[in-house]
Design a protein around this ligand. Sequence first.
Ligand code: GDP
Ligand code: IMO
Ligand code: MG
Length: 425
Amino acid sequence: MNTTGKVDVLLGLQWGDEGKGKVVDVLTPNYDVVVRFQGGPNAGHTLEFEGQKYVLRSIPSGIFQGGKVNIIGNGVVLAPDLFMGEAKDLEKSGHPLKERLHISKKAHLIMPTHRLLDRAYEAAKGKAKVGTTGKGIGPTYTDKISRNGLRVGDILENFQEKYAAHKARHMKMLEALGWTDFEGFDEVEKTWMEGVGYMRQFHFVDSEHEINNILRSGKSILCEGAQGTMLDVDFGSYPFVTSSNTVCAGACTGLGIGPNKIGEVYGIMKAYCTRVGAGPFPTELFDETGKMLRDLGHEYGAVTGRERRCGWVDLIQLRYSIMINGVTQLILMKSDVLDSFETIKACVAYKLKDGSLTEELPYELEGVEPVYKEFPGWKTDMTKFTEQSQFPQAFHNYIKFLEDFLETPIKIVSIGPDRDQTIIL
Ligand code: GDP
Ligand code: IMO
Ligand code: MG
């Protein structure tokens, strides 16, 4: 583990929901500080310990272990009303935050009108809609890039004036899109403003300075990615992606750290694959097996409750994600979900539309056919195991194959949602 003032980055290698929150919580004792660098309340990171379950959206998953400082970096987008709800719930359940959760002044604010714009753009796309979480992520990052954003630091001066100007601009855009549904808007706006007031009780920081000072003092930082590599705006299955850089490089721009500061890159992968929302998914299963994965894995969205699409693990896609992120070690999640399967499949090549085979992720994923390798299932309940030596031989073999094919070691295997159901290899 990292103790030399380096930053380790943990991120999802598939289409999100790989189990990042659980692993951040497990690894937090090895670090001094935990930070989020991109995304916003589109994320839903689930943690379970001591019989309790928590879902975090904007607050880093390092908040539960050892009273450590957690930082929301400049690359994150924050909705004050949702942040207030999340933070108050945590405080109510006995996890005080105000002193140890720091928020970058450069993080952008998701306004109520950004959420309406999100819905309006989706409606305008019709059948081609992305299936966003509806949290205003796209419109907020669009405003950031087009130099029209409202930031956390803006709260400190003439906020009402700035808010009104941004809102007026958004209203014109909504009008142009033909959007007329403003039901409940005034109420939402009121709670949002309350959220802004609530946020003022937290430390607003120049997080790039804070983070680099932490590193200079020899302390270690764990970065918690949100979404997954296939949802990255540059490298994901565009346009069916989110609007931020979810890949490792996003930690540099989303925090203000040099690439030479990055140490370990933990790649989180499920032993199968899921996706929420629209877009290509080569190994998706529409049959009983897909349903079995969904039922056994409880594959329903942590934020929206939507059914997750399920399929076999895709090693071509994973190899691509490992390459883009420079993954140094893999963490295999939800292997217990496969405990009862007779046969397990992994995609080891794609057949393209012209009939040729490839092991490289193509520009166009729609319409590619997966070529599978089959493995005998281990047919053993692994959920109560405490060490690697208890793994059945068939599972050992499966892990070995994954490591060889992906040319990356698997260092942790997760065998259930609880913090304790974690085997370090
Ligand atoms: P994240 O967004 O990457 O943090 O993942 P989510 O929290 O959205 O989804 C992962 C889901 O799987 C959550 O409900 C977790 O409690 C659960 N989970 C995590 N690890 C395991 C595991 O090893 N086995 C099982 N069965 N569930 C797990
Ligand atoms: P975590 O961090 C899974 C998906 C949405 C949609 C697309 C764009 O929990 O893994 P957005 O609202 O971001 O504009 O939606 O991205 N999506 C996620 N899918 N896990 C997530 O986060 C996601 N965040 C966004 O379903 O397809
Ligand atoms: Mg999630």
